[in-house]
Design a protein around this ligand. Structure first.
Ligand code: OFO
Length: 170
């Protein structure tokens, strides 16, 4: 693969770990602010983002390209309420979708079919992730921001199952 694509994938690995770091910070804030179900949902999201990063790492290994882990930024630590948390999740996921699209265009431009195929999985994943967070935001709008409503939605979000990792190769 071209070194420009390897560099772009390493940047994307950073973005996935940055997402994981952001969601872990959000989860901690929620746990500290009586939102255990939202905190759990975000922990599951943290795990999912870590799996995304590892998917790109494995791809670089398979293609004989080097993995270069880049520095992460300190994530935002405080939020107004659950609605504010999910609005930040939505905006973040939209920015990740934009990144995946740019990477996809680069794969097409460099005629790198394996990367295109890998990125098709990510394109679909982003559709799913944005739909999931949009639906939570819609539910929050529908039921309102008072104590009993937040309690109910928090209990619902506590049921999110853990993401399933792909079996190890070899
Ligand atoms: Fe939340 O998405 Fe990774 O890619």
């Amino acid at each position: 693969m071209t070194s420009a694509l390897a560099t772009a994938i390493n940047e994307q690995i950073r973005a996935e770990f940055q997402s994981a770091y952001l969601y872990l910070a959000m989860s901690a804030w929620c746990a500290e602010n009586n939102l255990p179900g939202v905190a759990h949902w975000l922990r599951m999201q943290w795990q999912e983002e870590t799996l995304h990063a590892v998917k790109f790492i494995d791809f670089l290994h398979d293609r004989g390209a080097g993995v270069h882990l880049l520095a992460l930024e300190e994530p935002i630590r405080t939020y107004r309420d659950a609605a504010d948390v999910f609005e930040h999740v939505r905006q973040h996921e939209q920015s990740i979708t934009a990144r995946i699209n740019v990477l996809y265009d680069a794969a097409v431009e460099h005629r790198d079919r394996p990367l295109e195929i890998l990125l098709q999985w990510f394109v679909n994943e982003q559709v799913e992730e944005e739909a999931q967070v949009n639906s939570i935001i819609d539910q929050l709008k529908l039921i309102g921001n008072d104590g009993p409503s937040i309690y109910l939605i928090d209990r619902h979000l506590a049921t999110r199952p853990a993401p399933v990792a792909e079996p190890a190769k070899g």
